[in-house]
Design a protein around this ligand. Structure first.
Ligand SMILES: C[S@@+](CC[C@H](N)C(=O)[O-])C[C@H]1O[C@@H](n2cnc3c(N)ncnc32)[C@H](O)[C@@H]1O
Length: 392
């Protein structure tokens, strides 16, 4: 019998920045009845365990520490984008099925549960969170328990189910407590790009997103814009671009396969991992094979402009979430030098002040570095139109 046919024990080792598996396979059926073990060492070329390892060891920082971070506003802005995106599509669902209808949500690559509160605000009924990083899933559960304990009496909270799994290799349907569950919404925030390591992984990920989505349900997410990454890479002299808060580094500038176009992404102290370009036409094609039709694809800055103009509620939320910083800062003398990162804001202050002399000379902005980092992303949304079997 081939050793692959046995269920082997796997052990994971870390050596420098590389992870590798040693797989001990028990080979059955030897003639003399003795048990044989084969040790198979395979270098982990697929990066998934590196990514899991990175997110597992990421510390949860308190608010005071987060406020000191160079990307405090960037993170808040990203959270605003997610809140508005989630709110927009939950509203579309509710306008179809009714405000009080039962809503089930699947969150793929949910991490430590940074969106738990958003789901509570959206009044959903059941949430399935899945992530490759076991520690993140534990922290997600513990955050949920805290939230549940804090809630006001009479204010119900959704039920939570967590699944630790590589969503690019595991069929989630086989792991749900209720295998016939139907989701109204699948959300994949800042996580989808990991599946573009290979065609097989992208297929599995998209099947997970689509398979249990009811017709009329949505698949929404945020992911880096491969076109913009390529544009910025081409404009740079070397294999890397970025600034003091983020960097994107490629291994070469010549070959960009549709799947497996790897780059290293670093964002301040919070992300330091391999990622993969998402060639959107391929994503869209695979999604269509799973009955998903594209309804929205927008760059962050366009989505922001549209949603900010759309409702007063979104503007209030932006303030409440401290997604922008005030410029000039309070206690800033008029003749103080303008920091390099805020020239755009200073120009705007001068322009508006010249047009409106009684204006209070304060606006909401962000450092140039943070803006360059966040405008690397897009939001996307698909609707499930077809419930037939996926085509291959
Ligand atoms: C940048 S974090 C985003 C977390 C969360 N969605 C958010 O918006 O705060 C990316 C997450 O994707 C998860 N992830 C990466 N590869 C994955 C995979 N193959 N399967 C499941 N989750 C994965 C990571 O563990 C991490 O929690």
């Amino acid at each position: 019998m081939h050793p692959d046919h046995n269920t082997g024990q796997q052990r994971c080792f870390v050596r420098m920045d590389v992870l590798f598996w040693i797989e001990v396979c028990h080979i059955e059926g030897c003639k003399d009845g003795r048990r044989l073990y084969m040790v198979r060492k395979s270098w982990l070329q697929d990066n998934s365990q590196l990514v899991a390892h990175h997110y597992n060891k990421l510390e949860n920082k308190g608010l005071a520490e987060r406020k000191q971070s160079r990307i405090f506003h960037l993170r808040n802005f990203n959270n605003w984008i997610k809140s508005v995106l989630i709110g927009e599509f939950l509203q579309r669902i509710k306008s179809e099925v009714g405000e009080d209808a039962r809503i089930n949500v699947l969150d793929i690559g949910a991490g430590k549960g940074g969106d738990l509160l958003k789901w509570q605000k959206g009044n959903i009924h059941h949430l399935v969170c899945s992530d490759i990083a076991a520690t993140s899933m534990e922290q997600c559960e513990s955050r949920y328990r805290d939230m549940r304990n804090r809630r006001n009496h009479g204010n119900p909270i959704y039920t939570l189910e967590t699944i630790t799994a590589d969503c690019t290799r595991t069929r989630l349907k086989e792991l749900y407590k209720n295998p016939s569950i139907q989701f109204d919404l699948t959300s994949c925030q800042f996580s989808f790009h990991y599946c573009f390591q290979s065609l097989d992984q992208a297929r599995v990920m998209i099947r997970n997103a689509a398979e249990c989505l009811r017709p009329g349900g949505f698949f929404i997410g945020t992911t880096p814009d491969a076109y913009d990454i390529m544009r910025r890479l081409k404009a740079s002299e070397g294999l890397s671009f970025g600034n003091e808060v983020f960097s994107v580094t490629f291994e070469n500038k010549e070959e960009f396969p549709v799947f497996g176009s790897k780059y290293h992404y670093k964002l301040d102290t919070v992300v330091d991992c391999p990622e993969f370009l998402v060639y959107f036409p391929a994503f869209q094609h695979l999604a269509e094979l799973h009955g998903l039709k594209l309804v929205m694809k927008k760059r962050f800055e366009d989505f922001f402009a549209e949603q900010h103009a759309k409702s007063h509620e979104n503007q209030v939320l932006l303030n409440r979430m401290q997604a922008l910083e005030t410029y000039p800062p309070h206690n800033h003398p008029e003749d103080a030098p303008v920091p390099e990162q805020y020239k755009h804001a200073e120009d705007k202050v001068r322009q508006v002040a010249s047009e409106h002399p009684f204006w209070r000379k304060k606006l909401g902005t962000m450092s140039r570095q943070e803006w360059e980092a966040l405008t690397l992303y897009i939001v996307f949304a698909f609707v499930k139109v077809d419930d037939s079997q996926p085509q291959s």
